[in-house]
Design a protein around this ligand. Structure first.
Ligand SMILES: C[S@@+](CC[C@H](N)C(=O)[O-])C[C@H]1O[C@@H](n2cnc3c(N)ncnc32)[C@H](O)[C@@H]1O
Length: 235
């Protein structure tokens, strides 16, 4: 699947998330041993939301980051946006106090400088054109606005590499097949991680898109990265 590009890749990604939508949250918790909850808290903390801050959760899926933002800053004005309707439908809860928007990350249906922060969880490795997605996030941010990106990343080789390989290529696909019945969906995860930018390269692209004060950290034995940055206060 990693050989696909352009519209073919977009359609594949939409189809994949439509098929696994109902099992998505459960699989996330199991694959990360519940750690994704901890990373989401950090992502929202790094977004630095003040009361009334406008937050975009891009590629929101079932809305876990938006929900965490609602918990940390109940007065924030939050929009959860995704291009797969089934993910949003599977995630919606009566207690949600944020809006949902069907949106493609490459052509956001929002004007310039509409958000104080844009966060994304496991979106960037799925988009067809990461540079275009970064530019769109830059465009919709106010000057001084923050971007925070959570995604899988290629770990550096170390003593744990064989175990990480087994987790990614054997355990996750087996678990995914068992729980969702969709074997290709969970071979897509390791394949797309390996095809994605390194953490260093993603930081370089963020800078090329115009972001400043860029930083990142790796977690989960180097297989997950959190990147952050700011749009210059001068725009
Ligand atoms: C792995 S899920 C992540 C969901 C959620 N953010 C999370 O943290 O669990 C990736 C999501 O990105 C969405 N996505 C992928 N490409 C997209 C695009 N170009 N525009 C909008 N959403 C996209 C998919 O539909 C899917 O819901």
């Amino acid at each position: 699947m990693t050989h696909l590009s352009g519209t073919e890749k977009s359609h594949y990604v939409q189809g994949l998330f439509t098929r696994i939508a109902r099992r998505y949250d459960l699989m996330n918790r199991l694959m990360t041993a519940g750690q994704d909850v901890v990373w989401r808290k950090e992502v929202i903390r790094r977004a630095g939301l003040r009361p009334q801050a406008r937050l975009l959760d891009l590629g929101a899926g079932t809305g876990d980051l938006a929900r965490e933002a609602q918990t940390q800053q109940p007065k924030a004005v939050i929009t959860a946006a995704d291009f797969t309707l089934a993910m949003m439908q599977a995630g919606r809860k009566p207690s949600d106090r944020f809006g949902w928007a069907v949106s493609d990350a490459l052509t956001l249906p929002f004007g310039e400088a509409q958000f104080d922060a844009v966060v994304s969880g496991f979106l960037m490795r799925n988009v067809v054109d990461s540079m275009a997605a970064l530019r769109e996030q830059f465009r919709v941010l106010v000057p001084g606005g923050r971007i925070v990106i959570l995604d899988t990343t290629r770990p550096r080789r170390n003593l744990l590499s064989p175990f990480i390989w087994i987790h990614m290529h054997v355990i996750i696909p087996a678990l995914g097949t068992l729980l969702s019945g969709q074997s290709d969906a969970y071979t897509y995860l390791p394949d797309s991680t390996e095809a994605f930018l390194t953490a260093e390269d993603l930081a370089t692209r963020m800078a090329a898109a115009g972001f400043e004060k860029i930083g990142y950290k790796r977690v989960m034995f180097g297989t997950i990265a959190i990147h952050w940055g700011e749009k210059s206060a001068n725009g």
